[in-house]
Design a protein around this ligand. Structure first.
Ligand code: ZN
Ligand code: ZN
Length: 137
């Protein structure tokens, strides 16, 4: 067992944290249900704007954007929501990069490794984690 107790970032409840975002199982399940709802909504309302989606589904814009980055949520060509490839600026319907750039970055190992830092919005400080310090004697 390598878990630790953390407060859920959504509801504040303590839970046994294992990995991934600090969100308790109950909230995780809620988010998953919400995702299915949003996915359905986007499929039925292809031309819905981001505001419409967040209002009708009662979901945070940040959450929707996260699903998009994870390539779980795909917007159709009719959607007014236009995403740009972070590398070349081409229009894309999901994720962060166009197919061409994805292929190119996949070949470029050093570039792919540096992509993980995109979520700079809120990195929860992990106060429980301490670095080992070296003694100089
Ligand atoms: Zn929670
Ligand atoms: Zn691109």
């Amino acid at each position: 067992m390598n878990g630790s107790i953390k407060n859920c970032r959504k509801c504040g409840k303590m839970f046994n944290y294992m990995m991934g975002p600090p969100i308790c199982p109950a909230c995780r399940e809620k988010i998953e249900k919400k995702f299915q709802e949003v996915k359905e909504y986007v499929r039925e309302h292809k031309a819905a704007s981001m505001n419409q989606i967040t209002e009708d589904c009662d979901v945070e814009r940040k959450q929707v954007e996260q699903w998009v980055r994870e390539e779980r949520l795909v917007f159709s060509d009719e959607s007014p929501i236009k995403l740009h490839c972070e590398r070349c600026g081409a229009y894309i319907t999901t994720g962060r990069f166009c197919d061409k750039c994805k292929k190119e970055t996949a070949n470029d190992v050093s570039a792919a490794g540096a992509r993980e830092t995109g979520n700079a919005a809120e990195a929860p400080r992990n106060s429980g984690l301490r670095m080992h310090t070296f003694r100089n004697n």
